[in-house]
Design a protein around this ligand. Structure first.
Ligand code: ATP
Length: 235
């Protein structure tokens, strides 16, 4: 479904991704793990067109995304729930969700997608008229994921969905990510919480200073000694 071929991404002179190659198959949950600054968020931003690659190819369903602007990438079927949530603080929950459907104007279908988001996140339904900025951290995270779903992505990119959440909410968010996947959406998730991410993913890539150093199925990487030492806090 998605392929990155020898992708190099820069911020000015900073060489953030140094030849990343990876693939995501339809129906999978794939996770990218790695320390701070490894380039995980940059990989998502490269796919979603926010920081396009300088060289290499990003292919989605066989077509290049390299010079496609970010908003067109959304209408092609990829959406991102960004790190730090970045919901619209002054808009209500409903308005935030409507913003997520900005690429579409089929009102009936937008309403049915909003119902689907409310089924996944009943908490958002209860707070539909509340301003985003007054939601709790966990609720803002739910809203960010819900907003990303409103463009009906075939590929959903999640940047640190568990960041800053209490453990019980972390479990809930991961459960919901699995539900979204079971309903047919392919997912690429970036996480600091490598243990949880490896627990729900089919496959994983380990990123270190802009390079993929390991790849494999998630269960195998969870048992890998180097991965356990570096990312799972095990000795
Ligand atoms: P974290 O979990 O800390 O967000 P990450 O793996 O997602 O880490 P990135 O945010 O992708 O890492 O950063 C990769 C590298 O690119 C880092 O060295 C970072 O300092 C640099 N970088 C990221 N954003 C910018 C930017 N806007 N301008 C300059 N350098 C940046």
């Amino acid at each position: 479904m998605l392929q990155l071929q020898n992708v190099h991404t820069y911020y000015g002179n900073i060489h953030a991704l140094k030849g990343i190659s990876l693939e995501i198959n339809q129906g999978e949950i794939v996770t990218l793990i790695g320390s701070n600054g490894a380039g995980k968020s940059t990989t998502l931003r490269t796919i979603s067109g926010i920081t396009p690659p300088r060289t290499g190819q990003v292919l989605f369903e066989g077509k290049t995304l390299n010079s496609v602007p970010a908003h067109k990438i959304v209408s092609q079927g990829i959406s991102q729930s960004p790190e730090g949530r970045r919901i619209f603080a002054n808009l209500t929950v409903r308005e935030n969700l409507e913003m997520g459907a900005f690429t579409r104007n089929d009102k009936a279908e937008i309403a049915s997608d909003m119902d689907r988001v409310f089924e996944l996140f009943p908490r958002l339904k209860e707070r539909v008229a509340q301003r985003g900025g007054t939601l709790s951290g966990g609720e803002q995270q739910m809203l960010a994921i819900g907003r990303a779903l409103m463009s009906r992505p075939r590929l959903l990119l999640l940047d640190e969905p568990s960041m800053g959440l209490a453990p019980v909410l972390v479990d809930l968010i991961f459960e919901i990510i699995q539900n979204i996947n079971n309903q047919g959406t392919t997912i690429l998730v970036v996480e600091q919480n490598a243990l949880m991410a490896l627990g729900i993913a089919h496959r994983a890539y380990v990123l270190q200073t802009g390079v993929i150093v390991k790849a494999g199925d998630a269960a195998t990487l969870r048992e890998d000694e180097d991965v356990q030492k570096a990312y799972l806090g095990m000795e």
